[in-house]
Design a protein around this ligand. Structure first.
Ligand code: GDP
Length: 363
């Protein structure tokens, strides 16, 4: 599955957020109750209003949403890259996730200690990022030495050294590896470096209860930082989300309205995480279920079919494809066919987010 790690300094609200995520109605959707994989790992349903619309048109008995995994990664303190606190364990846990949700404390509360002594989410973000950069720096410096020796008469090693040197230069300037412009030719090698700061980042601003709908002066600064870096950013109040997640669905809506929200902040966190991971969704519709399937953006039709079953990929013949907008506007498969909007796509077709698909394959 696709994993998003929740990181941040102590006492910023990580566990509160994680617990809310795993209690939310979306996590307990239909026939996929929330499941704890490990104590700090939880699967959630990706909220997608398109599912209900398609299911109503297609008269499906059930809805099966896409899923993604959140991991609560505790233990980051200043000095983690030097093994302080649970430093090494922490860094190893981050290495295993596909993207990072970085929780930043944007609320004041005299009763809850801030490890750095004052509320400054931008400085906190830099503290955490510095530890990750130091870790990448050390691991690259270690790996580049033997490669440099081989590079004299090994073309592949030489290419790798060039790539590593480019990353090292960036890190030494205090910039994360994800800011490197990587050629398509180098993409695989870059991925193989498995760097912590190459992972996409989503800032989650945890604001006080009164600022859930509007954000506050602290979160405004993070929004600005995220914009400058091309990172994702979501404003929530973890304390409020924890309360909402406890309520029955009919009361949730009312509660949200009273605080000026149209949907739980958690839905935005989940969706932003999904986007951050470079994921997209296609749908299958039948009398039994309407189901969302997760693919990487850019997947071709056979790869997308392979998400359902490897036989579908191996025996792929073609895919009847209806764009989501056409499916809804025309009112379903039969009408879409009649209007000539059910396309017959072959092996080269790049699946688009929202496509309603029916695969033909030979067994
Ligand atoms: P972690 O160490 O990052 O996992 O932080 P926790 O989730 O354990 O939260 C630390 C403390 O801050 C707990 O006492 C929470 O109840 C409190 N807390 C978390 N989010 C909020 C919030 O939005 N507002 C306020 N006032 N307190 C919060």
């Amino acid at each position: 599955g696709f994993k998003c790690g929740i990181v941040g300094l102590p006492n910023v609200g990580k566990s509160t957020l994680f617990n809310a995520l795993t209690k939310t109605a979306a996590a307990q959707a239909a026939n996929y109750p929330f499941c704890t994989i490990e104590p700090n790992t939880g699967e959630v349903a990706v909220p997608d209003p398109r599912l209900a619309r398609i299911a109503a048109i297609g008269k499906s008995a059930q809805i099966v949403p896409a899923r993604m995994t959140f991991v609560d990664i505790a233990g980051l303190v200043r000095g983690a890259s030097k093994g302080e606190g649970l430093g090494n364990q922490f860094l190893a846990n981050i290495r295993e996730v596909d993207a990072i949700a970085h929780v930043l404390r944007c609320f004041e509360d005299g009763d809850i200690t801030h490890v750095e002594g004052k509320i400054d989410p931008v400085a906190d973000a830099e503290t955490v990022e510095t530890e990750l950069m130091l870790s990448d720096l050390e691991s690259l410096e270690r790996r580049v030495v033997p490669l440099r020796k081989r590079a004299a008469n090994d073309k592949d090693a030489k290419a790798q050294v060039v790539l590593m040197d480019a990353v090292l230069e960036l890190l030494r300037e205090g910039k994360p590896a994800r800011l490197l412009k990587v050629d398509a030719d180098d993409a695989k090698a870059f991925e193989m470096l498995n760097l912590l700061t190459a992972k996409p980042v989503l800032y989650v601003c945890n604001v006080d209860e009164g600022s859930a709908a509007t954000g506050n002066a602290f979160s405004d600064r993070v929004v600005e930082k995220a914009r400058a870096e091309g990172a994702g950013c979501v404003v929530i109040s973890a304390a409020i989300e924890a309360e909402i997640a406890q309520l029955p669905p009919e009361e949730q809506k009312e509660f949200l309205e009273t605080i000026g929200l149209t949907e739980p902040g958690l839905d935005r966190v989940i969706r932003a995480g999904y986007d951050l991971l470079g994921l997209a969704t296609y749908f299958t519709v039948g009398p039994k279920e309407t189901r969302a399937w997760t693919i990487h953006r850019g997947f071709r039709a056979p790869q997308a079919a392979g998400v359902i079953h490897s036989d579908f990929e191996r025996g792929f013949i073609r895919a009847q494809t209806i764009a989501y907008d056409d499916y809804v506007a025309l009112g379903g498969e039969a009408a879409a066919k009649e209007a000539g909007k059910a396309r017959d796509e072959g092996k080269e077709y790049v699946v688009q987010d929202g496509d309603v698909m029916l695969f033909r394959f030979s067994g």
